[in-house]
Design a protein around this ligand. Sequence first.
Ligand SMILES: Cc1cc2nc3c(=O)[nH]c(=O)nc-3n(C[C@H](O)[C@H](O)[C@H](O)COP(=O)(O)OP(=O)(O)OC[C@H]3O[C@@H](n4cnc5c(N)ncnc54)[C@H](O)[C@@H]3O)c2cc1C
Ligand SMILES: *[C@@H]1O[C@H](CO)[C@@H](O)[C@H](O)[C@H]1NC(C)=O
Length: 463
Amino acid sequence: MEAVFIVVGGGIAGVTCAETLAFFEPEKTIILLSESSLIKTVTNLLAITRTLTKFDIKEVQSSEFSLKHPNVKLIHDTLAEVNDKEKYIITKTNKIIKYEYLCLCTGAEPKLIPQSQDFEEILGIRDTDSIDTFIKKINNAKKIVIVGNGGIASELAYKIKNTEIHWVIKDRHISATFVDPGAAEFFLPSLNKDEIQKEPVSKRMRYQEEDFKKSGAALGPDWYTNLIIRGAGDINIPSTVKIHYETEISDVSRDKKSEHPMEITLSTGEKIKCDIIISATGVMAKKLFKTKSDLELTNLGEIQVNEHMETNIPYIYAAGDVCSANWSIAKHWFQMKLWTQARQMGSYAAKCMAGHLNKEEVLQDFCFEMFAHSTKLFGHKVILLGLFNGQKLGTNYEILIRMTKGHEYIKFVLENNKLQGAVLIGDTDLEEMAENLILNQIDLSPYGDDILNPDIDIEDYFD
Ligand SMILES: Cc1cc2nc3c(=O)[nH]c(=O)nc-3n(C[C@H](O)[C@H](O)[C@H](O)COP(=O)(O)OP(=O)(O)OC[C@H]3O[C@@H](n4cnc5c(N)ncnc54)[C@H](O)[C@@H]3O)c2cc1C
Ligand SMILES: *[C@@H]1O[C@H](CO)[C@@H](O)[C@H](O)[C@H]1NC(C)=O
């Protein structure tokens, strides 16, 4: 067999790459090699602003995919080896397929806590799609420990009901991958549906990063020491989320005779009994195939790619979670393992391969100018733009916050009075403006704190 393009991986990066190739090179042979029979596709794609998109992920059967893309040949198999000298791949079932261009989109796997090797009660979770199925599986667990502080752990803590939950996080506030202590405070009531909502108060605050890092102090009375959050649930089995801050699991043991057979020991020495442990502590690049020449990898095993998504081996590209951006990146962009970026990289890798084939120069996609991600956390719309957590800025920046309890949380990150990043939670309608302010680096000093004054229509300023 042979093909002009072979794309490996049926995740968002691989599928978007194959679809984009099918669009630009409809006459060329394209093979998508997928280990799983379900193919992840993007649906309901909506452009919110120039850099922000919103979409859903849908898993479809390979037959459905083939119907939609007759010029992509889908092969259900696993890549075992790449002979980059003679330009062919070998699959697990010993198929040999020649390629001109190869794109590796093999993604990542959950990184479980080390004790998982000894206990089947420690579960990992692959994707948010599987969260609902996953929750059904653990339905009869009465006491659960969740480890990790990213989007997945947050989603689980929010969605699992009628179960006692112990959430173990190494940071001093929840959802640290995405948000700062202030937004975490905003989210806390979402874990507690029963709490009587206090009068919504709109507060506006301006901090130096110093104060912010000192955390609690500036944010009102000891919000982060409020460790126990009671959740709604069945009267008989109360659903509670108890957050254990700034700690990790140091030991796991099992006692089959106990009502809750698992016992974890935290680094603080505290012991917690439970039925299962969910490990949501991030992912690791998945590269379980061999190559003739060595691929250049990061120390975490990700495949290094240049600004054209090319690896160090000629004619081999990579995209999505398996790769690491090894170019001099734009000030307001950074890589984060997200669907958004898997899609952008997959599509851009396809354009680069097609450009390479046709000897056309391809300019780097605009999406790499600025980080932009739209998601949902604890039932709220969340938009993250630019250096939304002060990434790369050191300590020399200011933060402007406007928060209305239960309604919205807006954070602007400023350096030298220019907007560097923003967190927009709720229906703020500020995404377009924030994006423009970041991209154009407009001097905001004339407006002072009014930038977030809800009584002033800021957009009028910039008309
Ligand atoms: C639990 C969880 C929840 C998440 N939630 C969100 C979210 O809400 N929003 C968001 O933006 N991002 C989320 N992410 C991140 C997002 O899922 C990833 O960034 C994205 O799926 C990466 O896409 P990918 O195509 O690079 O890799 P993957 O989706 O991992 O796809 C890789 C594919 O390659 C296949 N493969 C691997 N090796 C081989 C081989 N040798 N031969 C053939 N096929 C192979 C795999 O089977 C897989 O189908 C979440 C991640 C996890 C783990
Ligand atoms: C990664 O970056 C280094 C330093 O710029 C460079 O020497 C190397 O060739 C790059 N590798 C790839 C695969 O782009």
